[in-house]
Design a protein around this ligand. Structure first.
Ligand code: NAD
Length: 477
């Protein structure tokens, strides 16, 4: 049985969720506070780049299962459930609930006017304990009703930008957090076309699942990066060979009975690089760290994860300064501004601190991205760099070429490997997109791979000598 659902907040998560839920036969009304977003959706045009979304939107609009409106009251009058998918950004490292509170209170005010039962479900990422305390209170205060007269749930979203439609349609699992039976049942019906495992929990467990998921992935990335920096400092080791060796452990890549090996997606988080970015990992790790501190929990591991990650873009620039101690007057070409491939999202992209560091050192910067240049220009107004539409023609003029985002089209750089355009240039491959071997006339640099340092042989440090000469636990030397 289809569910009538309103989605409040039609951004990367809200619009993709709404379109996919509509594609499975539910009746969806997307709402957003920005009139230009609604106008664009009602023309069938997504207001951001996401593969497959445009065709999906066209098809759900044509089927009549999807529409968009600025009117929350109209949406609620025609819905049994409202999914709240507004932004929960970071403000000074803490979760900023300004959008959430405004959205929840608006829903609360509208609840008063509804003759039917409505379940309010948080889809945004919020800290454990947000839905059953703050959201509940805001709803009760704004509506004058009590939980039970309306429903309350939390349904975290795990999609990845760049493959959001695929991820939503092929969810690994659906987490159904609820504080009342009607909401649990309504979410169960909403997701009945999804045949994956469903987990039924309370709202704060649902919230914690999302944070734990993101924190563990972020930990893995920072761990790989720290060890890659160490390998690079030693020299003579390629960290991708190391990680390949590690990944062949059957606990990372299980071997089936017929001898075939499974290479799980998680291995893609074991690649050295310039750190994680995007609208989720940095802000979610920061938020849980600061909440941990508020409740007197040591969050040392997450401190370290964030510390390593914040320095990682700088590691890339340092590689260049080791080759060229004086960068003033040099020219850099930056390939990729989005925080990852297949998206136009530049939130917390490592490209920003990299460009900023280059500019501070007197380097002039040209940059390219297949879809994210308008967003970067809007968001990074403090950075004086030039966006260009044709990166191939800019190769000749650059002293160094930074590959920051794994866009497939940048693999084409390999075709210029032996051409004069790249002779004498420095290639800084932050994403291990290219093979070092194809650049015979250039200097190829990347995180976790450096020539052996013949001038720096390991010798026992002073501490080691003191340790060796100290009495041992048995009293002898
Ligand atoms: P977004 O900024 O792209 O979209 C938020 C939308 O909400 C915007 O269009 C904004 O105009 C609208 N909005 C804000 N306040 C509103 C209000 N009061 N009424 C109506 N509309 C309002 O954000 P997003 O990337 O879609 O993220 C939304 C939430 O989902 C966040 O909590 C995020 O952490 C979480 N999340 C994001 C991703 C991702 O990959 N982007 C993945 C999983 C979870």
């Amino acid at each position: 049985m289809p569910v009538r659902v309103a989605v409040l907040g039609s951004g990367y998560v809200g619009l993709v969720s709404g379109s996919c839920l509509a594609a499975q036969g539910n009746s969806v009304i997307c709402v957003d506070m920005k009139p230009e977003v609604i106008a664009s959706l009602n023309k069938g045009v997504p207001h951001f780049y996401e593969p497959e979304l445009s065709d999906l939107l066209t098809s759900v609009r044509a089927s009549g299962s999807f529409r968009a409106t600025s009117s929350l009251s109209e949406a609620l009058a025609n819905s049994d459930m409202v999914l709240i998918a507004v932004g929960t950004p970071s403000e000074g490292g803490r979760m900023d609930l300004t959008q959430m509170r405004a959205a929840v209170e608006a829903v609360g005010r509208e609840l008063r006017n509804q003759a039917h039962f409505v379940s309010v479900v948080v889809k945004s990422t919020v800290l454990p304990g947000t839905t059953d305390t703050l959201v509940r209170k805001w709803l009760e205060d704004a509506s004058g009703m009590q939980l039970g007269e309306f429903g309350l749930g939390m349904n975290p979203e795990f999609l990845r930008e760049g493959r959001a439609v695929y991820d939503f349609m092929n969810a690994d699992r659906v987490v159904i957090g609820s504080e009342d039976l009607k909401t649990r049942q309504c979410l169960e019906t909403l997701y009945s076309p999804w045949k994956c495992e469903k987990l039924y929990v309370n709202t704060r467990t649902a919230e914690m699942i999302k944070y734990t998921n993101n924190c563990l992935l972020a930990i893995q990335i920072s761990a790989a990066n720290e060890l890659a920096n160490f390998a690079g400092a030693l020299g003579g080791i390629d960290m991708t060979d190391v990680l390949e060796g590690v990944s062949l452990d059957r606990r990372w890549s299980p071997i089936l009975e017929d001898g075939r090996r499974i290479r799980p997606d998680i291995l893609s988080y074991l690649v050295p690089g310039c750190g994680f970015g995007g609208s989720c990992f940095p802000k979610d790790v920061q938020a849980i760290r600061s909440r941990g501190n508020e409740v007197n929990c040591d969050m040392q591991l997450l401190d370290a994860v964030l510390d390593i990650n914040s320095k990682q873009p700088g590691e890339l620039v340092t590689l260049w300064t080791r080759e060229e101690p004086e960068l003033k007057g040099k020219k850099a070409l930056v390939l990729g501004l989005a925080f990852k491939e297949e998206t136009d999202d530049v939130r917390e992209s490592p490209a920003r601190p990299i460009i900023s560091s280059l500019l501070r050192q007197g380097v002039s910067v040209k940059a390219h991205d297949p879809v994210a240049m308008p967003n970067a220009q809007r968001a990074w107004t403090e950075l004086d760099f030039e966006c260009i539409s044709d990166w191939r023609n800019a190769l000749e003029d650059a002293d160094a070429i930074f590959v920051i985002t794994r866009w497939q089209e940048y693999r084409e750089l390999a075709q210029y490997g032996s051409k004069p355009a790249l002779a004498g240039k420095v290639i800084l491959d932050a994403r291990r997109l290219l093979s070092p071997d194809v650049f015979p006339n250039s200097t190829y640099l990347t995180i976790g791979r450096r020539a052996i340092q013949t001038d720096k042989h390991w010798t026992p440090s002073q501490v080691d000598e003191e340790h060796l000469s100290a009495p041992n636990v048995y009293g002898g030397k």
